[in-house]
Design a protein around this ligand. Sequence first.
Ligand code: GLY
Ligand code: MN
Ligand code: MN
Length: 359
Amino acid sequence: MYTIGNRINKLRQLMQERQLPAVLIVRPQNRYYLSGFTGSNAFLVITDKSAKLITDFRYTEQAAKQCPDYQVMLYKRTDLYEIIDNILTDDEVRSLGFDKKFTTYATYLEMKEKLNAETVPFDNLVEKIRILKDPEEIELMQKAQTISETAFAEVLPMIKPGLREVDIAIELEYRIKKLGASRLAFPTIAASGQRSSLPHGRASDKVVEYGDFITFDFGSYYQGYCSDMTRTIVVGEASEKQKKIYNIVLKAQLESLEACKPGASGKYVDEVARTIIDAAGYGENFGHGLGHGVGKMVHEAPSLSTRSEDILQPGHVVTVEPGIYIPGWGGVRIEDMVLITENGYHNFNKYSKELMIID
Ligand code: GLY
Ligand code: MN
Ligand code: MN
């Protein structure tokens, strides 16, 4: 696939900059990104001259189909490092870069013992490429998001007092899969009434009551990519306080979205939302960061938060998700996922942010 070839080229450029003549890729998301391989066990060895995928008997046929850019090699457990050594010898390289965050200490010791080549740690190599989404990824993320919204629209009319949070979550999850997602991006959050003050309140046995807020935070995983969205709705009738809190969060969400553009710092975009929530008197009730990158993982770089050191660039995908959580009362979060573009942002999420009252 053209895209995979492009990604390998980008990796080779970065390897050259960092003086890494060969790298071993073990992190599953990086392996998938660089090869298209979706199985659970394989090692990529990439040098300037070759790209090899080493896997076990279960996956050789699958890998040959999924990874035309790679020479697929079979290993039988004990001969892995011998195979890697041979690749390095053939390609005339004497050192192998390994991912210091995703290599266990036990593997490191084994590598040192069995490899003739020198081992050199690297960090943030493939992730540095992954942070900028290519057109194929953007299309898949749009599809993942559209699946979520379609499923949500189908489920909303079913919501009524008396159902449990899990009853609603199951309906949502069924539709997400029926619409083509292979799985969820993360366990569904459906937190109603007082439970909506739990930022990550997974769907429980709690029965939804008249007047409850329900915060839904859910995502689809479609062909290797995640989506992430949150909407908070009211069942029956909204109180004045519910409307007030909702509108503060909405204002913070809309204004921080407008701050999303190339050159804006993650810290600044977070501050735009935080300032609005602080000024309304609820600063203490917004205890998490404003947003995070999304891609093959639901949480990845860059981040929008008080501690972020990231500067937004075209190709970044981030969530914008302010919230106010009041223990013993409830909470509101509104979340969209956006692509940073040359001029600002593209919102993957088209779903309305008016306070929805289901009756
Ligand atoms: N669903 C987790 C999050 O919004 O970050
Ligand atoms: Mn979310
Ligand atoms: Mn999120």
